[in-house]
Design a protein around this ligand. Structure first.
Ligand code: FEO
Ligand code: CA
Ligand code: CA
Length: 634
C-alpha cells in the first residue's frame, strides 16, 4: 500500500552535524575498504576511496543497459526487452464473469468473478512447460475508480460488498502461445477468487481463544475473508502464503464515544474508516464486535491446486501488519519464515517450525506452519557503526518476561499482541520493515526498510542508530544479515547495510546515500524485494514520485537490479504515473518475469495506464521477456 509518509507540507529538516560524525566514525572503524562482499556494506558516496572501489567492481551478473528515470505514463524496460500486460483489475477470471466496464456500475457479483484491484505480491506455480498458475494478492481498492461516484457518497451495503470483493487473492491459469506470450485462461478449472468474505479457518495456538470469538463465530476458529493482502510467500510443499497488512483501516465504530484500549491503539484501530465498511457490515464495527480485528493481521496459507480448499490463517506466525513471508528450509530441515511488520518503529520477526520438512511426503508438510517458535530481532551496534551483530529474541509465553504479571496470560495472547510482546523483550524499532528475501545460496538475508519520518523525532521513542541511522529517514535502506554459522535457526547473526538510498545530487551526508547510489540509478523507498535463482537482487519502489526537491531526478516508481557481491545497482524498469511497482515472480527458466503495477493514477492523478486514450487507469501485471529469449537481467 502506498503509505503517505510524505505529505505535501512535510518538509524535512536535516541535521547534518550528527551524520558527519557518524560517517567519520563509521569509516575510521571500518579501516580500509577491501571490496569483499562483507566490506561492501556501506561505501559512502562522499569518499574518493569508496568511488574507486565501486568503479573497480563492475558487475558481471548484470548484463542489461540501465534505463533513465521516467515521469512518463508508460512501463519502460531496457533495450532488447519486451513488456506486455497480462491482466488488469476487472478482467474476467471465473466462468461467466463479465468483461470490465469502466463506468463503475458493475456489482459485487461481477467484481467477485473478475481480477481484484491493486495487484501486489504473487507466485508462479508451474503445471507444464507452457502452462502455469499465478496466485496474486489484491491488496486494497481505489474508490475513486471503483465507483461511479468516486467514493464521495455514503456506501450502500452492496457497494461495501463490491469493495470487499475487490480485495483478497486471485488465482488463474496462464498458457504460453506459439509467439511466446503468456496469456490468462478465463474460466479455467483452477481459477479462483478469494475475497474479503471467503470462509477461512483460524489454526495454531491462538485459534479458539476467547479473544477470537465473535457473535457470528463462537468457536473462534472460523473467519470470513482476508484483507489488505500485501506481499506473499511460497512454500516448498506447493502452497501460497498471503500476508495481511493494514487490516486496521477497515474497522470503525458506529458509537462515536467508543474508546480504544491499549491493544487497539498499538494496532492503529480507530473510530473512523475511509472504507466505510463498519457502517454497513457489523463485523467491522469495533463498538459491536471488538474481537473481529483479532482475526486479521495473520499469514494465510492457500493450496492453489485445489479451488475448493479452505484457506488457513496460521496464528503461530504472529499478528501484526505483515508485509511478506520469506520461506527457507534450513539444512536441519526446519522451515524458517522471515516476516516484516510494516509500520514506523515496528519490528522484524522470524518463525522456526517445530517439525521438519520432508521432501518425499507432501501431505506431512501441509501443517508445518501450525507449530513453531516466533522470534523478534534485536540489532546491536557500537555508536555510529553501520554494521554489527544481532540476536533473535524468543516470543514464548513464560520466557523473556512474557508472563501474566506483564499482561500476557498465555501463548495466544503473545501471538495476538505480538507487537506488545516484541516491545516487552526489547526488540529494535525499525524503519518500516517491508519485504524480506533470502539469497539462493542460503547464506544471507535482506530486508527493505522503506522510510520512517518518525525516526529520531522527540516523543516517538525511535532512536537513531544501528540499521536505522538517519533521523526523519526519507529515502530508506536495505539491511542484510548473515545467520550465525550459516544456520537460519541460530539466534545470532551479523548485519550490515547493503545500501542506503539517497539523493547524491541534492542531499548531504548520509542522505546522499551509499556509494552504490549515483545520479543515474537513484530512487527512494525500497519495498518489493526478491532474489532470482542466480542471486540477482531485484528491488521495487513505493516512494515519493514528485520528482522534485529531495526526490528530484528519481521519477516514477521503479524496479532495479543489484549485484549483491559488488554492490552495483542498475535501473531495470520504470512505472507509469502515480503507481507503485510491487510484486515479482519468475518462471523457473528465468526467461520471463511478472511485475506488478499497482494503483497507477491514484487519487485521480492523470494516468491512463495501460490502455491509454481517455481510459481509466488500472492496476496491471506486466510480463517481461527478452527478444532473444535470454535470462532476465543477464
Ligand atoms: Fe503493502 Fe508495506 O506495503
Ligand atoms: Ca509493500
Ligand atoms: Ca510501501
Amino acid at each position: 500500500m502506498s503509505h503517505k509518509a510524505y505529505d505535501e507540507e512535510d518538509h524535512i529538516e536535516l541535521e547534518h552535524s550528527d551524520f558527519d560524525r557518524i560517517i567519520q566514525k563509521g569509516l575510521s572503524r571500518r579501516g580500509f575498504l577491501q571490496g569483499s562482499a562483507a566490506a561492501m556494506g556501506l561505501f559512502l558516496a562522499a569518499t574518493p576511496l569508496a568511488k574507486a572501489v565501486a568503479a573497480a567492481t563492475e558487475s558481471t551478473l548484470l548484463g542489461f543497459k540501465q534505463i533513465p528515470a521516467s515521469t512518463a505514463d508508460t512501463f519502460a524496460v531496457p533495450e532488447g526487452y519486451i513488456a506486455e500486460p497480462l491482466i488488469s483489475w476487472g478482467d474476467p477470471i471465473l466462468n461467466g464473469a463479465p468483461a470490465f466496464d469502466e463506468s463503475g456500475v458493475q456489482d459485487a457479483a461481477a467484481q467477485a468473478a473478475q481480477f481484484g484491484d491493486n495487484t501486489d505480491g504473487m507466485s508462479f506455480f508451474p503445471l507444464a512447460d507452457d502452462h502455469a498458475l499465478i496466485a496474486v494478492n489484491n491488496e486494497y481498492t481505489n474508490y475513486e475508480y471503483l465507483f461511479a461516484h468516486q467514493g464521495k457518497q455514503a456506501l450502500s451495503a452492496d457497494e461495501v460488498k463490491k469493495a470487499q470483493a475487490a480485495h483478497g487473492v486471485s488465482i488463474f491459469e496462464i498458457k504460453r502461445n506459439a509467439k511466446g506470450q503468456w496469456q490468462v485462461q478465463p474460466g479455467a478449472k483452477l481459477n479462483r477468487r478469494i475475497t474479503g468474505y471467503t470462509p477461512m479457518e483460524l489454526t495454531g495456538p491462538a485459534a479458539g481463544h476467547d479473544l477470537m470469538k465473535t457473535a457470528a463465530d463462537n468457536s473462534g476458529r472460523k473467519v470470513l475473508g482476508t484483507l489488505n493482502n500485501c506481499a506473499n510467500g511460497q512454500t516448498p510443499w506447493g502452497t501460497y502464503l498471503t500476508c495481511e497488512e493494514n487490516f486496521n483501516g477497515y474497522f470503525g465504530a458506529t458509537d462515536a464515544a467508543f474508546q480504544q484500549d491499549k491493544h487497539q491503539k498499538r494496532y492503529g484501530l480507530k473510530n473512523e474508516s475511509k472504507y466505510q465498511w463498519f457502517t454497513q457490515d457489523e463485523r467491522f464495527d469495533l463498538s459491536k464486535q471488538p474481537n473481529e480485528p483479532h482475526r486479521f493481521g495473520w499469514i494465510v496459507e492457500i493450496d492453489p491446486m485445489d479451488p475448493t480448499s479452505t484457506p488457513k490463517k496460521r496464528t503461530a506466525l504472529g499478528r501484526f501488519k505483515h508485509e511478506n513471508a520469506a520461506v527457507t528450509v534450513d539444512s536441519n530441515g526446519h522451515v524458517v519464515v522471515y516476516l516484516g511488520d510494516d509500520e514506523r518503529g515496528e519490528h522484524l520477526y522470524k518463525f522456526v517450525s517445530k517439525h521438519t520438512y520432508n521432501p518425499n511426503d507432501k501431505a506431512a508438510n501441509r501443517d508445518l506452519l501450525e507449530q513453531g517458535t516466533l522470534y523478534v530481532a534485536r540489532f546491536n551496534a557500537a555508536d555510529g557503526e553501520l554494521k554489527g551483530q544481532g540476536e533473535w529474541l524468543e516470543l514464548t509465553h513464560g520466557k523473556n518476561g512474557l508472563t501474566k504479571e506483564n499482561g500476557f496470560a498465555d501463548q495466544a495472547e503473545v501471538l495476538i499482541f505480538a507487537r506488545e510482546a516484541a516491545t516487552q523483550v526489547g526488540a529494535t524499532t525499525m524503519d518500516r520493515p517491508e519485504w524480506v528475501a533470502v539469497h539462493p545460496n542460503g547464506k544471507s538475508v535482506c530486508c527493505t526498510l522503506t522510510n520512517n519520518k518518525n525516526r529520531g523525532v522527540e516523543g516517538k521513542n525511535q532512536p537513531v542508530g544501528g540499521p536505522n541511522p538517519r533521523e526523519k529517514n526519507n529515502y530508506g535502506q536495505i539491511v542484510r544479515w548473515w545467520p550465525r554459522g550459516g544456520d537460519h535457526t541460530s539466534t545470532g547473526f551479523d548485519w550490515d547495510l547493503f545500501l542506503i538510498a539517497g539523493n547524491p545530487s541534492v542531499a548531504e551526508g548520509l542522505y546522499k546515500g551509499s556509494s552504490n547510489i549515483n545520479a543515474d540509478n537513484m530512487f527512494n523507498s525500497p519495498d518489493g524485494l526478491g532474489f532470482d535463482a542466480d542471486g540477482r537482487l531485484w528491488i521495487q519502489t513505493d516512494g515519493n514520485y514528485s520528482n522534485a526537491g529531495e526526490f528530484a531526478g528519481m521519477g516514477n516508481n521503479q524496479m532495479l537490479c543489484a549485484d549483491p557481491a559488488t554492490g552495483e545497482i542498475r535501473r531495470f524498469a520504470t512505472g507509469p504515473i502515480a503507481c507503485e511497482i510491487t510484486g515479482l515472480t519468475f518462471t523457473p527458466d528465468q526467461r520471463t518475469v511478472f511485475i506488478g503495477v499497482q494503483h497507477p493514477g491514484e487519487k485521480l492523478a492523470p494516468s491512463h495506464f495501460p490502455a491509454g486514450g481517455n481510459s481509466k487507469p488500472r492496476s496491471t501485471i506486466m510480463v517481461v521477456r527478452r527478444q532473444d529469449g535470454g535470462i532476465i537481467g543477464a
